[in-house]
Design a protein around this ligand. Structure first.
Ligand code: PMP
Length: 427
């Protein structure tokens, strides 16, 4: 019998390039047919054949309270009934901005947008506008959305597809993006010594999740902070993934390093399109309508999306939320590592808050090169074994995984039991 997923994929490819609206969904890296999802609830989703999966992508981060959380759904329905979009300000947007400023130590003012790409692109323009400088520094394997200047040696789908830099990005743009190795403070020192006066900003994922999960070392982030301050460059933390994910206060709170600007997305929209960038008031004042840096959006601060985001943000602030999320994610990582060890498979796992990484390697990678050295073929076989067993992992060896508050002990145990059986066949 042909799977409905196969039929839908065939049909999708006729009207959409590759049959998907975002590349990693296409299973190109792992092979096979993408699953077309019909509904989701708590830690699960169901595909077009009615098969249930334990979901470890959580919409690539947003679904931190679990899918279709009743309070979030209620807030969305309530907001939708009052109108979908006004193109004029609402009180909800103020509340959202106040919440973000209250929770994140570095953010004094914030602007809401609709995607992480838009937020990172706007933060970059703001940094250039505020400093009057052109060069930006990023790190290989970090992904900051698909704005031209940021698609240079980026992670995520670009790694999956093996394109270090996208076609269609003029060399004239790319040449202003200086790419260094992640977790190498000496390279930063050297670069700033050479051209510190030209650098508008350094942008980094302080916990990287787009080359699998890679933690920054404290020394790396501290060096970045010190050099930016010394040379008048702005430090931008891209916390689209790790913000409200590694802990309530994001990576900046975890590391105690204060960026000038922060880029946010995913969790703050609770599954609807909300992203944001914010930071020092004296930098944010350069934005239109106050200042000369232009940025705008028809659906920015959309009332329905903000209702989903605000409700999600209320839930994650309840006592014990991150303690439980962190414990469950650690339990998963440990359980997978134990299962692999018992099966004699070269494997390790790491977890930070509600994010995790799985690596077919002897130790947890601390650099892009170490991630690249992991056994991708083994990952692909593991991915398909788990998928068959009803566990949906990110369909690429270069993406982090996500646990939600709905992943209880039973769900984690079911996952580890499935992994035990799959590892047994991998050796
Ligand atoms: N920055 C980071 C760190 C991300 O992980 C992502 C998306 N995975 C983005 C930016 C881009 O966000 P979006 O997909 O919403 O444009």
């Amino acid at each position: 019998m042909t799977s409905k997923n196969d039929i839908l994929f065939e049909r999708a490819q006729a009207s959409t390039p590759g049959g998907v609206n975002s590349p990693v969904r296409a299973f190109r890296s792992v092979g096979g047919t993408p699953r077309f999802i019909t509904r989701a609830e708590g830690p699960h989703f169901w595909d077009a054949d009615g098969k249930r999966y334990i979901d470890y992508i959580g919409s690539w981060g947003p679904a931190i309270v679990g899918h279709a959380h009743p309070e979030v759904i209620h807030a969305v329905q309530d907001a939708a009934a009052r109108g979908l979009s006004f193109g004029a300000p609402t009180e909800g947007e103020i509340e959202m901005a106040e919440e973000i400023c209250r929770i994140l130590p570095s953010v004094e003012q914030v602007r809401l947008v609709s995607s992480g790409t838009e937020a990172a692109m706007s933060a970059l323009r703001l940094a250039r506008g505020a400093t009057g400088r052109t060069k930006i520094v990023k790190f290989e394997g970090c992904y900051h959305g698909h704005a031209d200047s940021l698609l240079v040696k980026a992670g995520s789908g670009l790694l999956t597809f093996g394109n270090p830099t996208s076609a269609g990005v003029p060399e004239d743009f790319a040449k202003h993006t200086l790419v260094l190795d992640y977790n190498d403070p000496q390279q930063l020192e050297d670069l700033f010594a050479r051209m510190g006066g030209d650098i508008a900003c350094v942008v980094v994922e302080p916990v990287a999740g787009n080359m699998n999960l890679v933690r920054a070392t404290p020394e790396f982030l501290q060096a970045m902070r010190r050099l930016c301050t010394q040379h008048g460059a702005l430090l931008i933390f891209d916390e689209v993934m790790c913000g409200f994910r590694v802990g309530l206060g994001g990576a900046q709170t975890m590391y105690g390093v204060t960026p000038d600007l922060t880029v946010l997305g995913k969790v703050i929209g609770g599954g609807l399109p909300v992203a944001a960038f914010g930071g020092r008031k004296d930098v944010m004042k350069f934005l239109a309508p106050l200042g000369p840096v232009y940025q705008a959006g028809t659906l920015s601060g959309n009332p329905v999306a903000v209702a989903a985001g605000l409700t999600t943000m209320k839930i994650i602030q309840r006592p014990g939320f991150y303690e439980t999320l962190t414990a469950q994610t650690a339990k998963l990582a440990q359980g997978l590592a134990n299962a692999a060890k018992d099966a004699g498979v070269r494997f390790c796992a790491d977890a930070v808050g509600g994010m995790f990484g799985v690596y077919f390697a002897d130790r947890v990678p601390g650099s892009f090169a170490e991630v690249m050295a992991c056994d991708k073929e083994k990952f692909n076989a593991f991915f398909h074994g788990m998928l068959e067993a009803g566990v949906y992992l990110a369909p690429s060896a270069f993406e982090a995984g996500f646990v939600s508050a709905a992943h209880d002990d039973a769900v984690i145990e079911e996952t580890v039991a499935a992994a035990r059986s799959v590892f047994g066949k991998l050796r």
